[in-house]
Ligand binder design. Structure first.
Ligand code: PMP
Length: 454
């Protein structure tokens, strides 16, 4: 009898498609979009099981700041695993949670002195919204139960975070489940009038915000924003003046300011936190993503002594903040975050990023003249190219044409994870990227854009 060949083992990608339901994905797309199986990662590169490799241009959904498996973070995690894996944070504490809170307070805008942990970005936003509402309730103003959110803002996809999100793609289907925020005009500089500066556009958005506050402040707990860059909306950027003016309005109308720095924190915009460019302190600052250097899920809400005090009372008064996640303050995640902050402390990260950002700016400059590019914009280590159907009217390509997907597929062919947001091709690489890799990244993006606009 002839030997039959041994049954070939299905590939990891095939096994995946039989059982895993992927985030933010029409699963049927994988009938023609390859599922990339990543075996290992190092620095800015992801290595697939078929021997190919991909430059992680989007820092694995904006989480990875120093590259994959940074030796300092890896060593810290190994050491931590030998001591303590996880313990609930109610009634107990541990060195990484305490040391991390101390360090976060040290590096964050002055006045933020209390750290509440959660385990992902959306749950940090949920905690901040609840904490703001609860603060006013504890202060005898239970009627303050609304939030002001910006047009184009994104804060996550759980019910509360999605309620204050204004990106159609994520919100529309679930709108019947959500609460309605007061929606304020965005300072998004892409929509400035001809001849109007980004600063003037921000000023106009502040006038709109003032009108809303005059009408609604009595029922509003907080305003929530993504300072400087509305990332999920397509890396839309605004002048720091807006954040300065918004802080002043929040003070004038006695409304909290929640700064969602989940995507823009940790050096992305050129300063440690985006709020730093406006020299303001928000009442709540939400952090996640880069917090652990992109290794483990963790988030934190930083707030002020004033807020903390409003909850500090006799148990019977029922003022305690009731919000908990099982993995709150996970020891491994806190240790990874401590090492991440250690790298910021011990290495000239922001200075190095300035040079990389300059290189990126220079390499992208030529695209401004492209007939299908309406805007090339950059804030620190975030850059974006807005593709349009018509350069003069800025008419976008219809979403149904999925031009961005063509860029994505081209990137895969050329060993690169470019993952456009609709018609916006963007660059948000790990800070370990080299000048040569920046050049390659831009070259491949330009090729992809050429193919996509044809
Ligand atoms: N806020 C912002 C500004 C974000 O960019 C994100 C994630 N893209 C979130 C909140 C939600 O974070 P997570 O995906 O960890 O829930």
């Amino acid at each position: 009898m002839l030997n039959s060949p041994p049954p070939s083992r299905p590939t990891l990608s095939a096994r995946d498609l039989a059982v895993v339901w992927h985030p933010c994905t029409q699963m049927r797309d994988h009938e023609f979009v390859p599922m990339i199986a990543i075996e290992r990662a190092e620095g800015a590169w992801l290595h697939a099981d078929d021997g190919s490799r991909y430059l992680d241009v989007v820092s694995s959904w904006w989480t990875n700041v120093f590259g994959h498996r940074h030796p300092r973070i890896v060593a810290g995690l190994k050491d931590q695993l030998d001591r303590l894996d996880h313990v609930m944070l109610a009634g107990m504490t541990h060195e990484p949670a305490v040391a991390l809170a101390e360090e976060l307070v040290r590096v964050s805008p002055p006045g933020l002195s209390r750290v509440f942990y959660a385990d992902n970005g959306s749950s940090a936003v949920e905690a901040a919204l609840k904490m703001s509402f609860h603060y006013w309730r504890n202060e005898g103003q239970p009627g303050r139960k609304r939030f002001i959110a910006l047009a184009g803002g994104y804060h996550g996809e759980t019910i509360g975070a999605l309620s204050v999100t204004d990106v159609e793609l994520y919100r529309n289907t679930y709108a019947p489940l959500l609460f309605e925020p007061v929606l304020a005009p965005s300072p998004d500089a892409y929509f400035r009038e001809p001849g109007e500066s980004a600063e003037q556009h921000a000023e106009a958005a502040l006038v709109g915000m003032r009108r809303l506050l005059e009408k609604h402040a009595h029922e509003v707990a907080a305003i929530i924003i993504e300072p400087l860059v509305q990332c999920a909306a397509g890396m839309r950027m605004h002048a720091p003046d807006y954040v300065v003016g918004l802080r002043a309005l929040c003070d004038e109308f006695d409304v909290h300011l929640i700064a969602d720095e989940i995507a823009v924190g940790f050096g992305r915009t050129g300063t440690m936190f985006a709020c730093g460019q406006a020299s303001i302190t928000p009442d709540f600052m939400c952090l996640s993503k880069g917090l652990t250097g992109g290794t483990l899920p963790l988030s934190a809400v930083l707030t002020t002594e004033r807020v903390h005090e409003a909850f500090y009372a006799e148990y019977a008064e029922g003022k305690a903040f009731l919000h908990s996640h099982s993995y709150t303050g996970n020891a491994l995640a806190c240790r990874a975050a401590l090492e991440t902050l250690g790298i910021f402390r011990d290495e000239p990260v922001l200075e190095r990023n300035r040079l990389l950002a300059t290189r990126l700016r220079e390499r992208l400059a030529g695209l401004a003249d492209h007939p299908n590019v309406a805007d090339v914009r950059q804030t620190g280590m975030i850059a974006a190219v807005e593709l349009v159907n018509d350069k003069t009217t800025r008419e976008p390509f219809p979403a149904s044409e999925r031009r961005g997907l063509r860029v994505y597929l081209h990137g895969l062919e050329r060993g690169m994870i470019l993952r456009p947001l609709g018609n916006v091709v963007y660059f948000m690489p790990p800070y370990c990227i080299t000048n040569e890799e920046i050049d390659l990244m831009v070259d491949v993006a330009i090729e992809g854009i050429e193919r996509a606009v044809r």
